[in-house]
Design a protein around this ligand. Structure first.
Ligand SMILES: Cc1cc2nc3c(=O)[nH]c(=O)nc-3n(C[C@H](O)[C@H](O)[C@H](O)COP(=O)(O)OP(=O)(O)OC[C@H]3O[C@@H](n4cnc5c(N)ncnc54)[C@H](O)[C@@H]3O)c2cc1C
Length: 324
């Protein structure tokens, strides 16, 4: 029997979707071990009624602590205390930057094993085994834990499901560690382009450094309009780092994982860190002027040529076909 503690990131009355997925996954795993899944929330004056809704995703108890939202150290302090006081063996995070930081900190604090970027968890003899893709996602490694285990999911690895139910809310006062006060949130704001929804799109038109500059995205926006419907524009990290496109549209290891019906890449080399975020797409089409670009190795259709000539023609052809 092993209990699992899951961190739920909260902001303005809403829980993070990856956290909710982790709670659903934690509840499934705890049921298999014969234990229970509990959640932790850290925030300012989060209403008990809101915290209790995590029961709908499978949490039996919600340990609620006052503290700054979005900083990892207070989460480590609360989770370490709850795990030690309640004999909880495993902690689970849904991924994302706070999860990575808090997961690493919690592992160091508890001298526990930690596995990041986990895409699946199984139970064997009542113990959790975390599965993590390695070697460019060509193989899966399995992590077993000698004692306590910290598991941090890959973004979108766990799907949130409601099952009905309400959790018991338990107030926690954790002793803050000396380093907890060292980081403060100076300001909080909406990220430019945060409304770009690449995860929900059926067709993605993605651009890389081959676009030449930020204006190159204009070509892709026209192409996306021609496709119409549920189409969005996405990007590689190289162009996001260069400020050509917002981070909300970044695909890959440090961005989002997507699986649209059609993924069209223009001027993208196909680096492994990009590939891991889009390789599950149903159909991959790549336009690149270099016939040896790695992206052609995992494309269903490859077009060798200059995107500045090909993309406008494609836009025209698609618009004509759709009668737009
Ligand atoms: C820890 C770490 C994490 C990372 N995370 C990510 C991540 O999440 N997502 C991500 O995308 N990357 C990530 N990267 C970066 C990654 O390694 C690559 O550098 C990046 O994906 C390359 O982006 P790109 O394909 O736009 O640029 P490039 O590699 O420079 O490729 C540009 C391509 O455009 C082609 N091209 C140029 N001009 C034209 C033209 N006129 N017509 C057609 N084709 C043309 C070129 O032949 C080339 O293949 C990460 C790297 C590290 C180290």
């Amino acid at each position: 029997m092993a209990d699992i503690l899951i961190y739920a990131l909260h902001h303005e009355g809403t829980f993070n979707k990856n956290s909710l997925g982790a709670i659903t996954e934690g509840a499934r795993l705890a049921a298999e071990t014969g234990g229970q899944a509990h959640a932790v929330v850290v925030g300012q004056e989060i209403p008990d009624a809101l915290a209790a809704t995590l029961g709908d995703y499978g949490a039996a108890k919600v340990f609620k602590a006052e503290g700054p939202e979005g900083l990892a150290q207070p989460v480590v302090d609360v989770m370490a205390q709850v795990m030690e006081e309640n004999g909880v063996q495993y902690a689970l995070f849904g991924g994302g930057l706070v999860g990575f930081e808090a997961g690493a900190g919690l592992a160091a604090r508890l001298r526990a094993g930690v596995t990041m970027e986990v895409t699946g968890v199984i139970v064997e003899d009542g113990k959790l085994i975390a599965q993590r893709p390695i070697l460019g996602d060509s193989a899966i490694s399995q992590s077993r834990y000698r004692d306590k285990g910290i598991i941090v999911g890959r973004l979108n690895a766990f799907e949130a499901k409601t099952s009905g139910g309400s959790a018991e809310v338990v107030a926690v006062e954790a002793e803050p560690s000396p380093q907890a006060a060292r980081a403060v949130i100076v300001s909080r704001g909406e990220q430019r382009g945060a409304d770009v929804d690449i995860e929900g799109a059926g067709t993605l038109v993605a651009g890389g450094r081959g676009l030449g500059n930020a204006d190159g995205f204009g070509l892709l926006e026209e192409l996306a309009r021609a496709f119409g419907g549920n189409t969005a524009v996405a990007a590689t990290r190289a162009v996001v780092d260069a400020g050509w496109y917002p981070y909300a549209g970044q695909i890959g290891q440090t961005g989002k994982t997507v699986a649209p019906k059609l993924y069209l890449a223009a001027g993208i080399s196909g680096a492994i860190q990009h590939k891991v975020g889009m390789q599950s797409s149903e159909n991959i089409v790549a336009i690149n002027k270099d016939a040896n670009a790695p992206i052609f190795e995992f494309s269903d259709l490859g077009v060798v040529g200059d995107l500045n000539k090909i993309v406008p023609k494609l836009t025209e052809a698609i618009a004509a076909k759709r009668g737009a």
